[in-house]
Design a protein around this ligand. Structure first.
Ligand code: URA
Length: 436
């Protein structure tokens, strides 16, 4: 087999066999296929696409390129949730404890912030002492003991995807549906859960800007997951405004704790209840979604989910007192308020810009090694549809440097539009793909 022939085949729009796809993924991972040939192949995929069978083969080849986590020592059906990346998305901190408190094991591998989006690992590290670098043995032991553990992605998880992602990033070949779907799903399959619930975001703060594109991506990933023998669902959710009110690590952790105390904003509550319901359904814990919703609401009312968060934080070395007394978290030294400049209704929020504003306050990494400031971020008092008068506060920005804070206020102002006509925001949940 020659890479040259495979590039030619794809250039002419022909489908590759499973054997051919494994050959090129393995060859590239081992360093036998050079970047320039793989780049040509990826560009051919961008123009000609891949069919369902090819996309599944690519996913499996990347998933098997490194360690496939063996979670068979965990009792019961393990459920995982994965978001395609959003702003203000703290759902894992809320739904993980909710689902675990109902006895369904949640063995989760999470990432750090990427681009303008935040990451669960950075948020969890807001708890002093918390560690995501626990051994596979401790991970499995913790899930068996209390149904919840979260670790960072290991270097050996789907290394082919890591290499291909870096190449796609510099060859303008990121935004191809089969390539995105296989990249995400290879990591989820390698991470070993039986049930995968995907939160596919659509809108200005998401990778997929339109609901149609998000649906296509959702359908493709659901097909891959089910094709690989995992129970897979995808929830399509709106990312034309931040989820909930807080953006920024500690601010989001505090909002998650509020949510576990029964005080979640409506969109955040809908997101958590919907995603968690499908985790319970896939794991066979409930017969239907309405039963799931009732049980989940009770985990909040009874305080069980909050206690589960505390138990989980403590088991991974964190200080659980912060769960019950969130005022212990450090605060940024300075705040500034963004106020409405005109009367009207908030009509649009450029959510990617909002994520970037939080990063510019110090909440993001400038290099892979840089430390992030966990205290900075934004808390919104108004979101899309809200009526405002000149001078009304829209958001409070939290920062530690005067210069960065005033620049962030201007940046945020440009990200928020005020119109003259009343507007009803779209519901947060735009659809669910169960089987396609
Ligand atoms: N996230 C991933 O992990 N891969 C992609 O290709 C896009 C988003």
């Amino acid at each position: 087999m020659r890479m040259y022939d495979l590039i030619m085949k794809k250039k002419h729009g022909e489908a590759l066999t499973d054997e051919e796809i494994h050959y090129l993924v393995n060859g590239y991972t081992k360093g036998n296929i050079p970047d320039y040939q793989m780049s040509a192949f990826l560009m051919a995929v961008c123009f000609q696409g891949m069919n369902e069978a090819e996309t599944l083969s690519l996913t499996m080849a990347m998933a098997k390129s490194g360690e496939m986590l063996d979670l068979s020592a965990i009792h019961g059906m393990k459920a995982d949730k994965h978001s395609t990346g959003g702003v203000g998305d703290k759902t894992s901190l809320i739904l993980g404890p909710m689902v675990a408190s109902l006895g369904v094991p949640v063995a989760k591998m999470s990432g750090r912030g990427l681009g303008h989006t935040g990451g669960t690992i950075d948020k969890l590290e807001s708890f002093p002492g918390f560690s995501v670098s626990i051994s596979n043995e401790k991970f499995i032991h913790n899930v068996n003991r209390m149904k919840l553990a979260i670790i960072g992605q290991t270097a050996d998880l789907a290394p082919a995807d890591k290499m291909l992602y870096a190449l796609r990033d510099v060859t303008a070949t990121v935004d191809q549906l089969s390539l995105i779907a296989s990249s995400i799903m290879s990591k989820k399959l390698a991470a070993g859960s039986d049930v995968i619930v995907l939160d596919v975001k659509a809108g200005s703060g998401a990778f997929m800007k339109t609901c149609e594109d998000a649906r296509k991506l959702a359908e493709t990933m659901v097909k891959i997951g089910n094709g690989a023998g995992r129970k897979t669902y995808a929830v399509i959710s709106d990312m034309n405004q931040p989820l909930g009110t807080a953006v920024g690590n500690i601010l989001e952790v505090k909002e998650a704790i509020e949510a576990l105390n029964g005080k979640a904003p409506e969109d955040l509550n809908d997101a958590c209840i919907t995603l968690a319901s499908y985790m319970l359904l896939g794991a066979g814990r409930v017969e239907n979604i309405s039963e799931a919703k009732e049980l989940l609401a009770d985990t909040i009312r009874s305080g069980k989910a909050l206690h589960k968060l505390a138990e989980f934080v403590e088991a991974q070395g964190g200080d659980k007192r912060f769960v019950y007394e969130p005022d212990r978290f450090p605060k940024a030294r300075l705040t500034a308020t963004l106020k409405a400049q005109t009367d009207g209704y908030i009509s649009a929020m450029n959510t990617e810009e909002i994520g970037l504003t939080s990063l510019a306050l110090g909440g993001g990494r400038e290099t892979k090694e840089s430390e992030i400031d966990l205290t900075v971020g934004i808390v919104f008092e108004k979101k899309i549809g809200a009526k405002v008068k000149v001078g009304d506060p829209i958001a409070v920005l939290h920062g530690n440097e005067e210069g960065k804070l005033s620049a962030a206020v201007s940046k945020l102002q440009n990200a928020i539009s005020i119109g003259q006509t009343p507007i009803t925001p779209v519901p947060h949940i735009l659809g669910v793909v169960e089987q396609s």
